[in-house]
Design a protein around this ligand. Structure first.
Ligand SMILES: C[S@@+](CC[C@H](N)C(=O)[O-])C[C@H]1O[C@@H](n2cnc3c(N)ncnc32)[C@H](O)[C@@H]1O
Length: 211
């Protein structure tokens, strides 16, 4: 479970954030959905993978779009907090590395794929459950890399992958999707030092089903 690799302070920070802030990536994803998806046939179903405590759900509720929300996460502690904060929305347990979510027209995922053991398994589960459009925010570069990050008070370390653009695009193409790369508004898609010698760059893939 993800919280085993975090400390108590992390949980406090994400709870404070969901109570007080609208995050930039959530607002950017909603702008992209309004720009690239025809919502007039709604309500469409949206899967939020790695939903944590419901930060994207919070922005979606404010935007009031005709979308039926389903949040998925591996961590029971986050799902419980999300259900308390947003009792009208649906939150479900899921290990994206092992399972395929129920089908949705739109999938959103941020800062989650890079923690899975293997990109292809998670990405195929994600894409095969997406009927129309996926917005995927993760660490990409011209070469792949894997680092382990250890927090002092955590029970275990967690992995932080960096994926190769070409590998990522090949999986998407193989699943029948066209990819458009989009700059991440929050980081400007500039390299960021995460500490412990790990530097990563956030990008957004807009993956649209062709077939
Ligand atoms: C760094 S947080 C990102 C949260 C949120 N999407 C954001 O960008 O603000 C990563 C989330 O992915 C979840 N997660 C990690 N591995 C997962 C897996 N195999 N299946 C589903 N969720 C997973 C974690 O529990 C955590 O909520």
């Amino acid at each position: 479970m993800f919280q085993r690799a975090q400390d108590d302070q992390y949980f406090q920070v994400i709870m404070e954030r969901v109570r007080t802030l609208y995050l930039t990536w959530c607002e950017q994803f909603l702008d992209l959905i309004e720009e690239h998806v025809d919502l007039s046939d709604g309500p469409l179903i949206l899967n939020d993978l790695g939903c944590q405590v419901g930060q994207f759900a919070k922005s979606l509720v404010r935007r009031n779009l005709p979308l039926t929300y389903r949040g998925y996460d591996i961590e029971p502690q986050y799902l419980e907090a999300a259900r308390e904060l947003f009792p009208d929305l649906e939150f479900r347990p899921l290990d994206l590395h092992e399972e395929t979510p129920d089908p949705a027209h739109i999938t959103v995922i941020s800062a989650t794929l890079e923690h899975l053991p293997n990109l292809e398994r998670g990405l195929v589960h994600l894409l095969s459950s997406t009927r129309q459009t996926a917005l995927i925010r993760t660490f990409l570069a011209d070469s792949a890399a894997l680092s382990w990050y250890s927090k002092e008070d955590a029970e275990e370390a967690y992995r932080i992958h960096q994926f190769r653009f070409a590998d990522f695009e090949e999986i998407c193409t193989g699943q029948g999707f066209k990819v458009t790369w989009i700059e991440d508004r929050y980081t400007g898609s500039r390299p960021k030092d995460l500490g412990q010698g790990v530097t990563r760059t956030q990008h957004i893939a807009l993956a649209e089903r062709r077939t």
